[in-house]
Design a binder for this molecule. Structure first.
Ligand code: ADP
Ligand code: MG
Length: 266
């Protein structure tokens, strides 16, 4: 059985992609799934947040993307059953390095298919994308079965989403016809702020059942955890943020079982 590949993407920065990748990955592993997180943001925030300092990063997502043969790309994290292929700044040259490679858009998909390149018996591969619709993000979309989009509860939340949806459509039309949207998760929801509630309602009006019921609250534990180099679920599993990501993991699994089709936003 090949693992389900889920790209966590939004070309806006600071919307909660990395926080979602780390904590959804941890929550899925806690539910007994075997999970690999591939960090393809040259900033490497997911790698740092999972306790792997820059100096300890051996093989990276760059090596993985350009690989032609299996190596031990993934490292075991402090979370049992959660593996990581870390990022370093070498990824920032990928766009240029691959420009003349005819399979530059399929590199990630090709690497995922190399026998023995991944930990055994994986259930899920989560890809933490960079904040841009660049070659790395396109590689993730071409390799993915589905896409999870974090959307910050702020005024311009929907801006940019239509561009992302168009990109998903063109990837479906060209290289990955079965690509689906797993769902859109509202992040950094502040219940004391009327705007947050208004935006959440707006987004649900526009996108309907594409939006997960679970909303990720603005929670200081989620922002503190990375500086301790642990997932929030380990830093404080009782925090509202940790509980929300556990609920989100349940919803993601339920949608996986339901195998929902791509729903087009209005
Ligand atoms: P992205 O990967 O989309 O750039 P991050 O996950 O890195 O976004 O989040 C951006 C910043 O906001 C980080 O400092 C992170 O710790 C913080 N953050 C993310 N989600 C939350 C949240 N729900 N509550 C509070 N802070 C958050
Ligand atoms: Mg990030």
């Amino acid at each position: 059985m090949r693992p389900h590949v889920l790209a966590i993407t939004n070309q806006k920065g600071g919307v909660g992609k990395t926080t979602t990748a780390i904590n959804l990955g941890t929550a899925l592993a806690a539910l007994g799934k075997r999970v690999l997180l591939i960090d393809i943001d040259p900033q490497g925030n997911a790698s740092t947040g999972l306790g792997l300092p820059v100096a300890s990063r051996g093989l990276t997502a760059y090596d993985f993307i350009v690989a032609t043969e299996p190596r031990d790309f993934a490292v075991q994290t402090m979370v049992p059953d959660l593996y990581l292929i870390p990022a370093t700044s070498d990824l920032s040259s990928a766009d240029v390095d691959l420009v003349s490679d005819p399979r530059r858009l399929q590199k990630m998909r090709d690497s995922l298919a190399i026998p023995g390149a991944l930990p055994e018996r994986l259930d899920y591969v989560l890809i933490d994308c960079p904040p841009s619709l660049n070659l790395l993000t396109l590689n993730a979309l071409v390799a993915a079965h589905s896409v999870l989009v974090p959307l910050q509860c702020e005024f311009f939340a929907l801006e940019g989403l239509s561009q992302l949806m168009r990109t998903v459509q063109s990837v479906r039309g060209a290289l990955n016809p079965s690509l689906r949207i797993q769902g859109i998760v509202l992040t950094m929801y502040d219940r004391r702020n009327n705007l947050s509630g208004q935006v959440a309602m707006d987004v649900r009006d526009n996108l309907g059942s594409l939006v997960y019921e679970t909303v990720i609250p603005r929670n200081v534990r989620l922002s503190e955890a990375p500086s301790h180099a642990v997932p929030a679920l380990i830093y404080d599993y009782t925090s509202s943020g940790s509980i929300a990501y556990q609920r989100l993991a349940g919803e993601v699994l339920a949608r996986m079982r339901g195998n929902r089709d791509l729903v087009e936003p209005a």
